[in-house]
Ligand binder design. Structure first.
Ligand SMILES: CC(C)(COP(=O)(O)OP(=O)(O)OC[C@H]1O[C@@H](n2cnc3c(N)ncnc32)[C@H](O)[C@@H]1OP(=O)(O)O)[C@@H](O)C(=O)NCCC(=O)NCCS
Length: 183
């Protein structure tokens, strides 16, 4: 499936398009390296194949010139097994969202435009009425962004092995956004 949408507020002054992920995108994303303390979000070359699995619903975000900006996934791969075990994904009306921006684009105030594009895309393509994000509690940059985009913490849990705490954040009110056909 291939479709493109654009965020309505974008400090890049350039549209963000979202389209079906390609093997080339997946290979690039698997090679991205996030600097500390975000290195846990770096994938490995072996992960490229799973980004192409249809049931994981990965999509690529690109700028007006075709440069890969990041990715979104809608569904299973955005969930954490420990949260399943605690029954924190019981609300089937919510679409689980995973995301990642290209490392050199992070921390520059582009998060709102990026996430807004992914939310608009999910609403329009999947008819998503609400979203759920699972995020490491220490990742204040991501948590701050999600709060700015209307998410709030619905649950929290800690993985016993390693003791890392996570927040399950939800956003139930549909938002509106502009959509535009790819050029
Ligand atoms: C999470 C992500 C989308 C955020 O987008 P971003 O463009 O990097 O974030 P922004 O620069 O827009 O910053 C978002 C907010 O966090 C704040 N922030 C930035 N760096 C911060 C830091 N190190 N500590 C605390 N707050 C920080 C910003 O000031 C901003 O808040 P404000 O608007 O109130 O000023 C992006 O960093 C990303 O994809 N990272 C990949 C790894 C990751 O963290 N994934 C999360 C998966 S759940």
């Amino acid at each position: 499936m291939s479709s493109s949408h654009v965020s309505s507020t974008n400090p890049l002054s350039s549209p963000i398009y979202i389209r079906a992920i390609t093997p080339v995108d997946a290979s690039q994303i698997a090679q991205w390296r996030y600097p500390p303390p975000y290195e846990i979000y770096s994938l490995s070359p072996e992960d490229a194949e799973s980004l192409m699995r249809l049931e994981f619903q990965y999509y690529a975000a690109q700028d007006d010139e075709g440069a890969l900006l990041g990715y979104f996934c809608y569904g299973d791969d955005a969930r954490i097994p420990a949260a399943f075990e605690q029954g924190l994904y019981a609300d089937g009306s919510l679409t689980d969202l995973g995301l990642g921006m290209r490392p050199d684009r992070t921390g520059r105030g582009l998060g709102t435009a990026f996430l807004s594009a992914g939310l608009t895309f999910g609403e329009r393509l999947f008819g998503a009425k609400g979203f759920r994000l699972t995020v490491a509690a220490w990742n204040v940059r991501a948590v701050r962004l999600y709060e700015k985009c209307g998410f709030s913490a619905a649950d929290a849990f800690t993985i016993p092995a390693g003791g890392v705490s996570f927040l399950v954040m939800t956003r139930s009110t549909p938002r509106t956004g502009q959509a535009q056909s790819p050029r």
